[in-house]
Design a protein around this ligand. Structure first.
Ligand SMILES: Cc1cc2nc3c(=O)[nH]c(=O)nc-3n(C[C@H](O)[C@H](O)[C@H](O)COP(=O)(O)OP(=O)(O)OC[C@H]3O[C@@H](n4cnc5c(N)ncnc54)[C@H](O)[C@@H]3O)c2cc1C
Length: 450
């Protein structure tokens, strides 16, 4: 009985700690067949059903007000098939579990989210950005096949060859047409070690020029960035760039030999505009690099920050607009809480590498993913609501310069907002929704449909 109460309490919340809604029940299936039974049962009664992976949604997107939350944690098998360079993962497995099994065979998914604590299903349903996204697209772009349960209660296998319309509507499809039960992921050989460069810029213009260059020329396997608060009320910008370092030397497509030891770093970063006196260069195991956020998570849990409200906002901006938009936003009085309680992420991206049809992105080749990952005071709902309202204001300003929302964000969206968000693809998305979830019972927390 206590366990049921705990499950219900957990499923009423998420990482955002802003939206709270009580489901009728929480079910923890151990097979795709049981997921199908739950969806069919709820569908016959017109009750909402939502999958819950690891609960990292920021704004109720994984809740099921008055319906059933399907806790995917029991579907956590992970099986690497090295000969085929694939890995089969249950939707409830975490990316940490995927990484462990793949690295044991010298392999890894080509793109991984920075934080490995989310579930396979949760990340595939939102798309998944990672350090290698500038070259390799979304985590979801590397799925070979999915086993799903549709809102109509059908258990189907889909891929680019089988039910391609469903496959395209599930990847980055916000759980609207089907729940993911199992995914077959493509793998690539993993480096054993990597060299990580942290390059600091005082001048945002130099930072954006360098990010643009790195996104375009692909000299690093992984590139990310942050704006960090500095003394005097200013922001300092940091590029984190990573290259495989297997043979004891940074590689630039085989151009380097052992004799180049002294010039290897120069070849990679010598032409960039950062402050050479403060650059940091560190060698890590690839596993250590992939798990780089584990320590931060432990720290945030220990201080209690992990359990505070998180009114996060993530926007995809045309790169040309980002270099003016980001410094202007960070200078505003309303954003100064980010200096003490938050992280500002800036990820350079190339539009042409993304394949999932439902990922919205601005037109143009060079993009910037801006994430304002703030933590709000735990006992001040008024402040949290002001932050959510500010997210809305920022979202509208981003739209005015050609930006789009990444739906892993805390802000209310109306069906009309979603129609605008999906633009010319809305009608096609609505048609696939009608086919696979005709009663509109799946993942209603996003508020897509009236
Ligand atoms: C600290 C932190 C760091 C993050 N870093 C990154 C990052 O680097 N890159 C990135 O892309 N994202 C990142 N995120 C966002 C995170 O990956 C997404 O919010 C992801 O959707 C979370 O999945 P989950 O299973 O943990 O969450 P949940 O809240 O359980 O699920 C999230 C959404 O996915 C749906 N869903 C879950 N499982 C399924 C399923 N099996 N089938 C269909 N729908 C499903 C849920 O219904 C919900 O709408 C980060 C989040 C946090 C908290």
């Amino acid at each position: 009985m206590n366990a049921i109460r705990e499950d219900m309490a957990l499923a009423s919340h998420d990482f955002g700690h802003i939206v709270e809604s009580r489901p009728l029940g929480v079910v923890r299936p151990r097979s795709g067949g049981t997921v199908r039974e739950i969806v069919s049962f709820a569908g016959a009664r017109g009750l909402p059903v939502t999958a819950r992976g690891c609960g990292h949604a920021p704004y109720g997107q994984g809740q099921a007000h008055g319906g059933y939350v399907v806790d995917m944690g029991g579907l956590d098998e992970v099986r690497c098939v090295p000969g085929d360079r694939t890995l089969v993962a249950g939707a409830g497995a975490t990316w940490g579990e995927v990484v462990r099994a793949a690295l044991a065979e010298g392999l890894a998914p080509p793109v991984l989210p920075d934080h490995l604590g989310a579930s396979v299903g949760g990340v595939l349903s939102t798309g998944g950005f990672g350090g290698s996204s500038h070259r390799r697209g979304l985590v979801a772009d590397w799925v070979r096949e999915l086993e799903v349960v549709t809102g109509a209660g059908e258990r189907l296998v889909c891929s680019p060859e089988r039910h391609p319309d469903l496959f395209g509507a599930v990847l980055a499809g916000l759980g609207q047409c089907a729940l993911i039960v199992r995914a077959t992921l493509r793998l690539v050989p993993a480096p054993v070690r990597v060299r990580r460069y942290r390059l600091y810029h005082e001048d945002p213009a130099g930072f954006f020029t360098d990010q643009r260059r790195l996104a375009r020329d692909g000299r690093f396997s992984h590139v990310a960035g942050q704006a960090r608060p500095a003394l005097g009320g200013i922001w300092r910008y940091m590029i984190e760039a990573v290259t495989p370092y297997d043979g004891g030397l940074p590689r630039t497509d085989g151009l380097l030999t052992r004799d180049d030891l002294l010039t290897g770093d120069d070849l990679l970063i010598g032409d960039l505009d950062h402050d050479r006196d403060t650059e940091e260069i560190e060698d890590l195991s690839y596993a250590g690099y992939l798990h780089r956020l584990d320590r931060d998570e432990r720290l945030l849990r220990a201080t209690g920050e992990w359990d505070r409200p998180h009114p996060w906002l993530t926007l995809l901006l045309p790169e040309a607009a980002a270099s003016a938009f980001v410094p202007a936003v960070l200078a505003e009085a309303g954003q100064q809480d980010l200096r003490c309680c938050g992280v500002v992420q800036l990820r350079p991206l190339c539009g042409s590498v993304f394949r999932a049809p439902l990922l919205r992105r601005p037109p143009g080749e060079l993009l910037c993913l801006l994430s304002l990952m703030r933590t709000a005071p735990p006992t001040d709902p008024g402040t949290v609501q002001r932050m959510v309202a500010a997210n809305r204001g920022l979202y509208e300003r981003a739209r005015a310069v050609g930006g789009v929302l990444h739906p892993v964000s805390a802000l209310p969206m109306t069906p009309e907002d979603w129609r605008v968000h999906f633009g010319p693809d809305w009608a096609g998305f609505a048609r696939v929704k009608e086919q696979y979830d005709p009663r509109h019972i799946l993942t209603m927390g996003y508020g897509l449909w009236a």
